[in-house]
Design a protein around this ligand. Structure first.
Ligand code: PLP
Length: 396
């Protein structure tokens, strides 16, 4: 019999009752160190006092009006995002897939407005992930996302991630844009080099294409900069955000330059719930905290510590981990020799939550408020678990 909750996930048999900072607690009172971070969503950890206050204060005032009225929180959040990015304008929605799809519509509309409607195709990268809507899975083209859901939407071409020659060769008279994640998350924590991103920018300028960055996972301080593209010194024309933006409250955003958003006039796009007062209150509080002086410098320092410690860990356990530790800031990963699911299960039984990714990688996406003591605790658990797994592997 089908489960009452549609069985689209393989769920771990654990239920959390409450959270506090970087820790989660189950009903039996077991404590877990949360380096899963709700897949990069719990940017300020659990029950952050500033977020709890922002949400509860707003909850006592007004929850929902409609986008047919002005919404104060949208005006302040868009101003904050614009002041801290390349963008001139922002659209608010409820999830990463919706934010990504808004970006796609911005691109299509831009070329329509530019009298080049024949330019509608977007080049994406293998290993990319943009959400689960039909357009997003059609763009990512991964077998596990699209199998059984055809026919897919037309309009997407794909090349391998990190290869500028392949990208250039894929551009045709129908190409409108290039869409990449500066750091592929689901794809296995694969970090684009600054040279690659600069090369994409130059290519877009040369061919008159729009550059579209999906920062749903890498944005909002995750890499030690507010946006991962800042490491490259170039800027995109369009960018989507979600995950960390609401710190656990569902919210997404699509940011664009004035030029790129030229077609997005009244009636062109919409969302019933998008940017509602509750979501805006929380996202404004997240941005306020993350942009406070010193906050991102701390993320960068803690991220470097985590990176160094993971690099050393991989060296210490060659029977369990291969290649080098991957990632940047607090977006890190290690490639496993045993199944990554087995490693994640073993870590959880030792009180550390982590998340799998493609390429047999285990990802670490702790809240941005994590400190050196918790990094060291995580590494101690990883050491213990890897030693036990190595023994098991040897016994096989
Ligand atoms: C998670 C993710 C999405 C999709 O976000 P949802 O909120 O699940 O729709 C899109 N792009 C990237 C890079 C992501 O990591």
């Amino acid at each position: 019999m089908i489960s009452a909750v549609m069985p689209t996930y393989t769920r771990a048999d654990v239920m959390f009752e409450r959270g506090e900072g970087v820790f989660l607690f189950d009903a039996a009172g077991h404590r877990y160190l949360d380096f899963h971070g709700g897949v990069a969503v719990s940017s300020l950890g659990h029950a952050h006092p500033r977020l709890v206050k922002a949400l509860t204060d707003q909850a006592g005032k007004v929850w929902h009006t409609s986008n047919l009225f002005r919404i104060a929180g949208q005006e302040s959040l868009s101003a904050r995002l614009i002041a801290n990015s390349f963008a001139d304008t922002a659209f608010f929605c409820n999830s990463g897939a919706e934010a990504w799809e808004c970006g796609l519509k911005v691109i299509r509309k831009y070329f329509h407005e530019s009298d080049q409607p024949e330019r509608y195709r977007v080049i994406t990268c293998a290993g990319g992930f943009h959400g689960r809507t039909m357009a997003a899975v059609s763009a990512a083209k991964q077998e596990k996302l699209v199998k059984g859901f055809g026919p897919l939407l037309d309009g997407f071409d794909q090349v391998s991630f990190g290869n500028l020659n392949e990208m250039r060769a894929a551009i045709t008279a129908e190409t409108a844009a290039i869409c990449v994640e500066p750091v592929q998350g689901e794809g296995g924590i694969r970090t684009a080099t600054a040279d690659y991103l600069r090369g994409l920018r130059a290519m877009c300028d040369e061919f008159g294409l729009l550059l579209y960055f999906d920062e749903v996972q890498s944005g909002i301080g995750r890499t030690g900069k507010l946006f991962a593209y800042e490491w490259s010194g170039i800027t995109p024309d369009v960018m989507c955000l979600a995950k960390g933006l609401g710190g656990g409250f569902p919210v997404g955003a699509c940011l664009a330059t004035e030029a790129a958003a030229r077609g997005m006039g009244a009636g062109s796009h919409g969302s019933t719930f998008g940017g509602n007062p509750l979501a805006m209150a929380v996202a404004n509080a997240v941005l306020e905290v993350v942009t406070e002086p010193g906050f991102l410098a701390r993320v960068e320092a803690t991220g470097e510590l985590l990176g160094r410690e993971l690099a050393a860990l991989v060296q210490r356990h060659p029977a369990v981990f291969e290649e080098e530790a991957r990632g940047i800031g607090l977006m890190r990963g290690v490639k496993c020799i045993p199944a990554n699911t087995k490693v994640v299960d073993a870590l959880r039984s030792q009180g550390l939550l982590a998340v799998v990714a493609s390429d047999n990688v285990v990802r670490f996406l702790p809240p941005l408020i994590v400190g050196p003591a918790e990094v060291n605790e995580a590494i101690a658990i990883l050491d213990r678990t890897a030693a036990a797994l190595a023994q098991e592997e040897a016994a096989l």
